[in-house]
Design a protein around this ligand. Structure first.
Ligand code: HSE
Length: 429
């Protein structure tokens, strides 16, 4: 049995976890892969105490791993899209398979990289790029292979979920929770990727491409982060029977495909509403399978390394055949129409501050009514201390976003409204 020889580039959280798995469970991996899986090179720009590498040459020039004669599979765990892209292209051009955990690389350059891998007749896999330890790409590629998938929604950023959960349950400040997420290795090197939703948008791009057989189209994802969610919103949502989660949502309909990442109110009894901490969860809507939900650790050293190692085993099991996470040729992906956000329909939560005067509520309701939007629930909080304004929270029925935005502008221009309305979309799958 010929060994499959692995070169791991990057010895941070994911690379370190992968090295640890390869070195500590050789017998199990050989049994599962059908051949020995041997770590032959590590590419690391610096040594890390938490990732000791034993008996394996360490290259300071990461590109040397993609040139090495004793490497069959290059594992890219360095992140970013510059050196990581160069390394991946070099490895593919040199006839080596690539396994990557890099969602930015695949979301932004995946169409070209998949085409290159196919042209060179080598494998390119990226299970670890989406939702850490949850084998969600394999669920889409294999388990749902016979379905038309009409929707994918999920909590796909562990750091964001950890922050929202701790803000709610621990009544903790945003910055304090973020610092802890960084210490635990959940957050990206640049945590604004987590907070601003870019990380989730990268993952949603990959999920949508696989679900709807469309090219990777990161530019079409509407992306909002969690920075606008206040403790008040979390509390008011709770009073209305909802929790706030940061969701990635991709839906396909006759009108087109909607791709969006934003904070979302979910009913308390929705499965995704009860996924807390660093956990991720993804819900797929298949026309035959119906809705299925997958949950688990979406970030962290060994959960993400578990997905990397599963891809390595996929390559080993394929023998000399080419495998890809996509499962179909990239040329078979067909562009789709992206639905403008103004056309997306959903219920909305609105929070604003208004003077406590007669007639204010009826004028507010008129602004919504003028756009054909009806009110599902309305809460007015009593004034606090000498404050002459009160917080008002409105839950609307499903509305077209363009209409809702006009109603919000009209409400914001009312004399009695001091803080313009702040809106959060509601999802009730
Ligand atoms: N920063 C990411 C997260 C890591 O928090 O989900 C996994 O992609």
């Amino acid at each position: 049995m010929t060994a499959l020889r692995i070169g791991v580039c990057g010895n941070g959280t994911v690379g370190g976890g992968t090295i640890e798995m390869l070195q500590s469970r050789a017998a199990l991996l050989e049994a599962r892969a059908g051949c020995p899986v041997v770590l032959t090179r590590v590419g690391a720009r610096r040594d890390r105490d938490d990732c000791p590498v034993q008996d394996v040459p360490v290259e300071r020039d990461l590109l040397a791993v993609a040139r090495a004669d004793d490497v069959d599979v290059v594992v890219e765990c360095i992140g970013g899209t510059t050196l990581a892209r160069e390394l991946t292209e070099l490895a593919l051009n040199n006839g080596k398979a690539v396994v990557t955990a890099n969602k930015a690389l695949i979301a932004e350059h995946g169409n070209e990289l998949l085409a290159l891998a196919e042209a060179k007749g080598v494998s390119l896999l990226f299970e670890a790029a989406v939702a850490g330890g949850i084998p969600i790409l394999k669920a889409l590629r294999d388990g749902m292979a016979g379905n038309h998938v009409s929707g994918v929604s999920g909590i796909i950023n562990g750091t964001g979920n950890f922050i929202l959960t701790e803000m709610e349950s621990g009544k903790r400040a945003f910055d304090d929770v973020l610092a802890q997420a960084q210490e635990l290795g959940y957050a990206e090197a640049d945590p604004s990727f987590d907070i601003d939703g870019i990380d989730a948008a990268h993952k949603l791009t990959i999920l949508a491409s696989m679900a709807f057989a469309m090219p990777l189209d990161f530019a079409s994802v509407h992306c909002e982060g969690i920075g606008t969610v206040t403790p008040e919103d979390i509390q008011f949502a709770g009073e209305l029977g909802y929790r706030i989660k940061h969701l990635g949502i991709a839906r396909s309909s006759e009108q087109g495909v909607e791709l969006r990442v934003h904070p979302t109110l979910l009913p308390n009894d929705a499965l995704l509403a009860n996924v807390d901490g660093v956990l991720n969860a993804v819900r797929l809507e298949g026309d035959c399978a119906g809705p299925t939900v997958y949950s688990g650790a979406g970030a962290g050293r060994l959960p993400t390394a578990s997905a990397v190692v599963a891809d390595i085993i996929d390559i080993a099991r394929a023998g000399g055949n080419v495998v890809s996470s996509l499962g179909v040729p990239v040329a078979s992906l067909e562009p789709v129409t992206s639905l403008a956000m103004s056309e997306v329909r959903c219920p909305w939560y609105l929070r604003l501050k208004a003077q406590d005067k007669p007639g204010v509520m009826s004028r507010l309701a008129s602004c919504l009514g003028a756009e054909g939007i009806s009110i599902e629930a309305l809460i007015q909080k009593p004034p606090v201390g000498n404050d002459e304004t009160v917080s008002v929270v409105v839950l609307t029925n499903a509305a077209r976003e363009g209409d809702l935005r006009r109603a919000m502008a009209a409400i914001g221009s009312m004399d009695e409204v001091s803080d313009a309305p702040h809106g959060i979309r509601v999802d009730s799958p």
